[in-house]
Design a protein around this ligand. Sequence first.
Ligand SMILES: C[S@@+](CC[C@H](N)C(=O)[O-])C[C@H]1O[C@@H](n2cnc3c(N)ncnc32)[C@H](O)[C@@H]1O
Length: 384
Amino acid sequence: MTCCWIRVTPHLLRIGCSHRQRFGHAPAEHAAAQAPDVAPPRGAAREEPQQEGGPRDDLSGGAQQGDAMGRSSKDKRDIYYRLAKEEGWRARSAFKLLQLDQEYQLFKGVQRAVDLCAAPGSWSQVLSRKLRAAEDEALAVKIVAVDLQAMAPLPGVIQIQGDITKVSTAHEIIRHFEGQPADLVVCDGAPDVTGLHDIDEYIQAQLLLAALNITTHVLRQGGTFVAKIFRGKDVTLLYSQLKIFFRQVTCAKPRSSRNSSIESFVVCLGYCPPEGYIPNMSNPLLDHCYNVDFNQLEGPNRVIVPFLACGDLSAYDSDRTYPLQLEGGKEYSYVPPTQPPICPPYQEACFLKKNNLLSKEKPPTHSRSAGQEEDPAIHSLAIS
Ligand SMILES: C[S@@+](CC[C@H](N)C(=O)[O-])C[C@H]1O[C@@H](n2cnc3c(N)ncnc32)[C@H](O)[C@@H]1O
């Protein structure tokens, strides 16, 4: 997806936290709770208009910036930011999940839900408020939230501070559900953006695939998976991978997600892995481990594309050098190509070389063959 080689490791997917740790910021939800709600750095949204949904989406982004630009400035610029605070959501992203639910009724009949990449926790808040609305529901419903970062507690939400690229995290989720599969998995995961769009898209795609991998461990047949996706140039590749596992895959853009952002959400309904599929986390790109024994993979876990050798196998070997005098003793004589190139890019260089015009301060007088025009441009090139 990108022309640049980058080693994608779970560590890279963890940039979101390392960045904040590096710069000594408090975990987002703590900052939200402890610091006044002030605006993020001036122009933050404009600097990175395409990377909405990253850590800046939470309401704590400007805690360190003080009141330099006025408390109400961000409120004016971003209605969802303001509403999120008024309605008590930890991040404006809450509205994205609420609006997705309005369209797809995601929460209908859900008893076990997983929120991947959950911090600071606005999606978990939505799950908690929606799924546990009635008293009896509050007892039956289980919500598990996973993030690399610690998150302030939420009613009815079990938290795992862990990495979604690890199989141990999948096992921990299943343990909390007492062996039962989840009805719904949501993932709003985002690594911290680098600003290099190809790389950002690539890392986001890898995070989505990691979310899909862990989902295949925990989701029930027919269950729903919702995840953030960057609609970059290779997005169709991701759609086709998701289509292998779900009956219906749609890409949705909630109103609260900025139009200037390439962020969207895939809503994948009707989980139906290929028959015989064994959930695994072995994405060699993520793990960088090439010692997986692919021969051990069977059925739909192993895709074999047929390889066919065509033509008479006793025919000439295209990698071998043969003598000019072939068998049968026929005299060799050079035959020119049937159709030489009509205007090859090296034509000018051949002309210069042939006429001894290359790397000379002054071109020697040269004789032109009959009908051959001297190109004044070539002449000046040779002189300069
Ligand atoms: C945009 S925030 C999520 C916001 C959240 N949905 C909410 O509404 O508050 C993205 C989160 O992804 C988390 N993340 C990134 N890579 C991760 C990984 N490999 N495992 C777990 N969490 C990860 C980051 O720590 C960050 O908190």
